[in-house]
Design a protein around this ligand. Structure first.
Ligand SMILES: *Cc1c(COP(=O)(O)O)cnc(C)c1O
Length: 509
């Protein structure tokens, strides 16, 4: 406990304040807040267990309309004291639970209990990161955590960053700073104030053909248009082809276009493919483009001694996206955006008289306002800090390695199955495969159908995607292994379940 400077511990929350008579309007903060939370938390914990038991599997069985009708019924029941229990039970029953070994479709992780508990503390206290006087300790904590994460990436001390809602927002931030800096230098104008000058060369962003769709969306939001994104061809491992990037940059230069950014993906969402980061960095530098590395998924490799070499070169990026709600086992949201040099943040700086007056900053009251696109912002750094202090990088690295091992075991089980076809060996913790029906023409329909059958029966949540390209035969199933407590035998059983459903689906006319 840090003693008050004047020695008094006086607070408006001393017991002179009468206890709230109606528990339904009790507040979560102050000394009395813990006591107010205790009974309702017991209700929530009981309902979580009851709902999960009722579900009895990775997701509720039935069609979406059946579940929706149940939700509508629960919401239309009269309110009252049991709303928390009733609706929490429903939420737990009606969840796709990534803690179930058969829920393995998306980059949707089972959060660590300790991280959820830390996040509860944040919810109870409700700090907001847009001004020091709403988040005194949480402001310092976020800054210090970001310094630690910047070191993890290999960034120098001049790095800076912010917690975000995830890769989507982080990618938008990277491309915002790229636009303002690169177009600003090329035109001699301040883009963030005057907009894109009419006579500016056409801005271009280079990203692999399998980069995340949020890159296109960011280009649209930034007034560059989705067509500003040049899809760079990939090699057979779905990594950006460095030679193709070099050609695309040269061709753009030949047309008098402005290469604003190269977006390299470190771990694509579907296959975990990692673009050649050092080559991307060299080409971006050569053409005066910003390098943003989207490591929303692959950033987790930084935690593992075994996998970290895969993302070597990430430290060359001007900016990076990391998502701790993927390989980091945090409840959403736990996105991180980092820049290598704090000065490149300049175009986002904001002064709001009511949040960060200049004299406050001069007097030593720091502000994170100008680091974020958001104003009110949860203290999402806290749960990450608690997790890192609890497990350390090495403890988290063991979880990453366990999931990588599961992916390797799963791929082996697919390879060993006569009716299943593996797309490629796993890079991180995900892999694509498909069921091969006797009639290959029916492959797409059977795989799409078997996945919905697994959902309908409440048996498994398996991903479905398509390989890049045109024409039929591209539908693939996907397993994303993010549950470090799943066993290889369970993954094998899941794969056999998929094959059984494939056979059943194939029987249909
Ligand atoms: C998940 C993901 C994103 C989007 O991140 P959100 O946290 O969902 O906003 C972006 N890029 C990649 C490579 C991803 O895997």
């Amino acid at each position: 406990m840090i003693p008050a400077v004047d020695g008094s511990a006086e607070s408006a929350l001393d017991p002179v304040v009468p206890q709230e008579a109606d528990p339904r309007t009790a507040l979560s903060g102050g000394v009395a807040g813990a006591a107010a939370l205790e009974p309702v938390l017991r209700v929530v914990l009981d309902a979580l267990a009851a709902g999960a038991a009722e579900r009895g599997g990775p997701l509720p069985a039935g069609r979406p309309a059946q579940l929706a009708a149940g939700v509508a019924r629960a919401l239309s029941q009269p309110g009252g004291d049991d709303a928390l229990h009733r609706l929490t039970t429903l939420l737990a029953y009606g969840s796709a639970d990534p803690a179930d070994p058969f829920c393995a479709a998306h980059l949707h992780c089972p959060p660590l209990a300790v991280a959820v508990a830390a996040d509860l503390a944040v919810s109870a206290l409700n700090p907001s990161q847009d001004s020091w006087d709403q988040a005194p300790a949480a402001t310092s904590l976020e800054t210090l955590l970001l310094e630690e994460l910047a070191r993890l990436v290999g960034y120098p001390a001049e790095a800076a960053g912010v917690l975000t809602s995830g890769g989507t927002e982080s990618n938008l931030m990277g491309l915002t700073l790229a636009r303002d800096r690169v177009m600003g230098e090329a035109t001699g104008q301040r883009i963030e104030t005057g907009g894109i000058p009419r006579n500016a060369p056409r801005p271009r962003i280079f990203a692999s053909a399998v980069a995340h769709f949020s890159v296109q969306r960011a280009a649209a939001l930034l007034g560059l248009g989705e067509d500003a994104v040049v899809p760079v061809p990939v090699d057979d491992g779905l990594r950006m082809d460095a030679g193709a990037l070099a050609r695309a940059l040269d061709e753009a230069a030949g047309r008098g276009e402005l290469p604003v950014a190269v977006v390299a993906t470190a771990g694509t969402t579907d296959t975990g493919a990692i673009d050649p980061l050092p080559a991307c960095a060299a080409l971006a530098r050569e053409h005066g483009a910003w390098l943003h590395v989207d490591a929303a998924y692959g950033g987790g490799a930084l935690l593992s001694d075994r996998l970290a070499p895969l993302v070597a070169g990430i430290e060359l990026a001007d900016s990076v996206s990391l998502d701790w709600h993927k390989l980091g086992w945090q409840p959403a949201a736990a996105g991180v955006f980092l820049v290598r040099r704090a000065e490149t943040y300049a175009s986002l700086a904001r002064r709001a008289a009511y949040l960060n007056p200049a004299d406050d900053e001069r007097a030593g009251y720091p502000s994170l306002l100008g680091l974020s696109l958001r104003t009110t912002r949860r203290a999402d750094a806290f749960k990450i800090a608690v997790t890192l202090r609890t497990l350390g990088r090495s403890g988290l690295g063991r979880l990453v390695d366990a999931c990588h091992d599961l992916a390797l075991a799963g791929a082996e089980a697919v390879r060993a199955h006569p009716r299943l076809e593996l797309h490629a060996d796993p890079v991180l913790t995900t892999f694509l495969f498909r069921y091969m029906p006797a009639d290959p023409e029916r492959a797409d329909r059977v795989n799409a159908g078997l996945r919905r059958r697994l959902l309908r029966e409440g048996r498994a949540v398996v991903g479905r995607t398509e390989l890049p390209g045109d024409g039929p035969g591209r539908v693939r199933l996907k397993l994303t292994l993010l549950n470090p407590h799943t066993t290889p035998e369970q993954v094998e059983r899941l794969i056999h379940t998929v094959a059984e459903e494939g056979a059943a689906e194939e029987e249909l006319p």
